[in-house]
Design a protein around this ligand. Structure first.
Ligand SMILES: *[C@@H]1O[C@H](CO)[C@@H](O)[C@H](O)[C@H]1NC(C)=O
Ligand SMILES: *[C@@H]1O[C@H](CO)[C@@H](O)[C@H](O)[C@H]1NC(C)=O
Ligand SMILES: *[C@@H]1O[C@H](CO)[C@@H](O)[C@H](O)[C@H]1NC(C)=O
Ligand SMILES: *[C@@H]1O[C@H](CO)[C@@H](O)[C@H](O)[C@H]1NC(C)=O
Ligand SMILES: *[C@@H]1O[C@H](CO)[C@@H](O)[C@H](O)[C@H]1NC(C)=O
Ligand SMILES: *[C@@H]1O[C@H](CO)[C@@H](O)[C@H](O)[C@H]1NC(C)=O
Ligand SMILES: *[C@@H]1O[C@H](CO)[C@@H](O)[C@H](O)[C@H]1NC(C)=O
Ligand SMILES: *[C@@H]1O[C@H](CO)[C@@H](O)[C@H](O)[C@H]1NC(C)=O
Ligand SMILES: *[C@@H]1O[C@H](CO)[C@@H](O)[C@H](O)[C@H]1NC(C)=O
Length: 376
């Protein structure tokens, strides 16, 4: 395919270069206007040139080569639009397939676009715990003052959308459809995970996957609202502990539904680790057909070979507000389970909480004193 690099200056179009493998279209206006460029097909080699000269970047039907990151780092005052099918070659590596960093960035997906991870090429039921090495999908890191709107992800190889070391981020209308993983071996396909970030506002997310719908591991002032979560492990804080940053402050989960998932609401801290969880609100959460736990807060977490059953007390869990939470757990599950070390739970307030259906009663340990928290 012969592709042409065009520059459009004012109203004139000038073809300036031709190449066997690249294609980019530059629309350049007066200095104070946006310079628009398109990256498409197999033209990833044009990306550096586009990043240094364009502030309105469209990425359309791009085929990212195996083992390579679509590197949108180091940008400022740029708007990025995704169109068509963004696809990725197969390689066994850690990824991420897409990485974005910078300041003042608008990221938008056009109707009908998709990031197709084609995760089934890697899935082996082992996720990030073994088997072939699977790439992380989409990561924003050191991104500040950015809006991410209308992005569609299909079949993530493993963790889908990471928000690490970011500030002032709004994420609206993101769809993460990894439903195929239910029957084809998807595992650890966490939808969103947040670390070391501040002022993050995520709303109207639709998730079908096989792990956490969101996992907040560290960060401050994180809001997650109007999500629909299905098939995964629920809306989670943690695991907290045993990382470089073990501080979670002021997290708000509101107006969400969690269906057909292992857990509804979960807070988990790593056994024998230190850190702090302070200020967690779950308000207006509807659960349905939860398999293991409707609400679970435990301080005995260990990834492999699983929780120890003996919680420790190095990570206080303070100021937990759970209100207007109702729904159903499957008969083999437990409605509410709390397993914490002495003195860990401080200042909890629960109201209008009603979880029913689970018949596997488990003894709660160290419920917070003098509060309305119950276990049944
Ligand atoms: C991002 O979008 C906002 C709101 O539409 C606009 O004010 C701002 O100029 C845009 N920023 C960039 C870098 O395009
Ligand atoms: C996206 O493109 C890849 C590579 O051509 C293709 O295999 C895949 O089926 C496409 N996905 C969609 C959803 O069209
Ligand atoms: C985040 O937003 C606040 C309030 O608008 C602003 O003061 C702060 O500088 C922003 N942070 C960064 C890293 O830009
Ligand atoms: C990025 O986040 C990690 C983990 O939260 C933290 O250890 C690191 O200090 C952060 N880096 C910066 C520059 O904030
Ligand atoms: C509760 O959340 C649902 C979405 O799950 C929303 O439709 C409803 O309006 C919310 N109710 C209130 C009182 O905010
Ligand atoms: C946690 O610490 C206790 C007391 O030191 C120890 O007995 C236990 O084995 C530790 N647990 C893990 C998983 O390391
Ligand atoms: C702490 O992290 C290390 C390194 O990732 C891991 O090997 C260890 O199992 C973790 N400890 C617990 C209790 O999860
Ligand atoms: C209890 O919570 C449900 C939503 O989970 C809400 O519809 C209902 O109005 C709440 N009741 C009270 C008394 O706040
Ligand atoms: C579990 O507890 C509930 C409420 O106390 C009780 O009705 C039910 O019989 C118990 N289930 C089992 C299996 O013990």
């Amino acid at each position: 395919m012969k592709l042409i690099l065009k520059i459009l200056i004012g109203l004139g179009v000038v073809a300036v270069a031709a190449s066997e493998i690249t294609s980019a279209t530059f629309f350049s206006g007066p200095l104070n206007r946006a310079t628009s460029c398109t990256l498409t097909g197999n033209s990833i080699d044009e990306l550096d040139a586009i990043k240094s000269s364009c502030n309105d970047i469209t990425i359309e039907n791009l085929a990212v080569p195996a083992g390579k990151t679509l590197d949108l780092t180091g940008l400022s005052d740029v708007s990025i639009t995704f169109k068509g099918n963004i696809s990725f070659g197969y390689a066994e590596w850690k990824g991420p397939l897409v990485l974005i960093s910078g300041t003042n960035i608008n990221i938008t997906g056009e109707r009908g676009h998709v990031f197709d991870g084609q995760g089934a090429r890697w899935w082996d039921n082992l996720g990030s715990n073994g088997g072939v090495r699977k790439p992380r999908f989409f990561k924003i890191r050191y991104l500040h003052n950015a809006v991410v709107n209308h992005i569609n992800f299909l079949n993530s190889p493993r963790h889908c959308f990471a928000i690490h070391n970011c500030t002032n981020i709004t994420v609206n209308n993101v769809v993460m459809n990894t439903k195929d993983g239910d029957t084809r071996g998807g595992h650890n396909t966490d939808a969103i995970n947040v670390k070391g970030s501040e002022n993050v506002f995520i709303s109207d997310t639709v998730v079908q996957n096989q792990d956490d719908c969101i996992a907040v591991r560290s960060g401050k002032n994180i809001h997650f609202s109007r999500a629909s979560c299905s098939g995964g492990h629920g809306i989670s804080i943690g695991s907290v502990g045993n990382r470089t940053n073990n501080l979670v402050e002021n997290v708000y989960f509101t107006h969400c539904t969690v269906a057909n998932s292992e857990n509804g609401i979960r807070i988990k801290t790593v056994v024998n680790a230190t850190g702090l969880v302070s200020g967690v609100t779950y308000d207006n959460i509807t659960l349905s057909k939860i398999r293991d736990y409707g609400i679970v807060v435990r301080g005995d977490y260990r990834n492999m070979p699983g929780p120890t059953g003996t919680p420790s007390n190095g990570i206080p869990i303070r100021n937990v507000r759970i209100t207007n939470v109702h729904g159903t757990v499957q008969p083999r599950g437990t409605n509410i389970y709390i397993l914490l070390g002495e003195g860990v739970a401080q200042n909890w307030h629960w109201s209008n909480v009603s979880i029913t259906g689970g018949r596997r009663n488990r003894t709660c340990q160290q419920l917070p004193p003098n509060t309305d928290v119950f276990c049944a």
